[in-house]
Design a protein around this ligand. Structure first.
Ligand SMILES: [Zn+2]
Length: 234
């Protein structure tokens, strides 16, 4: 029976943290997947799995557009590939929940990256890292008047437990050490830099405002310095 040696696992984790993410992760499989979204937009993704990610979760990197050309250009000192780390959101990504902006963010990111060449990193950290069930518990608290950060705190969690180390390790593994980061979140850029990825430009995403997510987006802006130009809510 194949079992992971826990000591070896710990050592691997320790080593890859020591050298600031100059990653031990490698690409495990790379497979072409034709993608079609609910609105009809279609493109092709090169979906990659990895060996040696430090948290043993099944994170994915999806090469979009001319990602190989973008890597080659970057290696010659040209413009680096466009990269979006996207944290899994079952309700938003799959079910089209209006309580957050994850679905439209994902859809926008795929098209923008496909146009320019780069990677979407699909990170298995649901609900800012607290998991799906507790995210839904937090929604119940939000219905009592707490904002998204207060609700996580009330459940005994940090405001944001997301960890971008696996994102950095995947980028090292695919050879994208310099990137243009598609994100409004300053914490993502800082964490990736900590793990040895050079964020040469931050490219902001669009605003996807609905009646149901207005309070959530306002909390993002006020609480964590997200760069979103929100219309004033009376
Ligand atoms: Zn979401």
């Amino acid at each position: 029976m194949a079992m992971t040696d826990p000591i070896l696992h710990l050592r691997t984790r320790h080593e890859s943290q020591d050298d600031q993410g100059a990653a031990t992760a490698t690409v495990r499989t790379s497979v072409t997947v034709p993608l079609r979204f609910a609105d009809g937009y279609a493109t092709t993704g090169q979906v990659m799995t990895f060996r040696g990610l430090t948290d043993a979760k099944e994170h994915l990197a999806i090469g979009l557009g001319d990602w190989e050309g973008a890597l080659a250009r970057s290696a010659r000192g040209g413009q680096p590939p466009l990269v979006r780390p996207h944290s899994e959101c079952l309700t938003g990504d799959v079910l089209g929940s209006q309580r957050c902006d994850c679905g439209p963010q994902l859809r926008e990111a795929v098209e923008r990256i496909a146009r320019e060449g780069g990677f979407l990193l699909y990170l298995r950290q649901e609900g800012r890292g607290i998991g799906l069930y507790e995210k839904l518990d937090a929604y119940a608290l939000q219905d009592l008047g707490l904002d998204t950060y207060e609700a996580n705190a009330a459940l005994g969690h940090g405001e944001d437990e997301r960890d971008y180390a696996p994102a950095a390790h995947m980028l090292h593994a695919v050879g994208a050490r310099r990137i243009r980061l598609l994100s409004n979140n300053p914490d993502k850029a800082m964490q990736l830099e900590t793990f040895g990825i050079r964020v040469e430009e931050r490219v902001t995403t669009g605003v996807h405002l609905t009646d149901a997510n207005a309070r959530y987006l306002a909390a993002k802006v006020n609480h964590t310095g997200h760069a979103l130009a929100l219309p004033k809510i009376a």
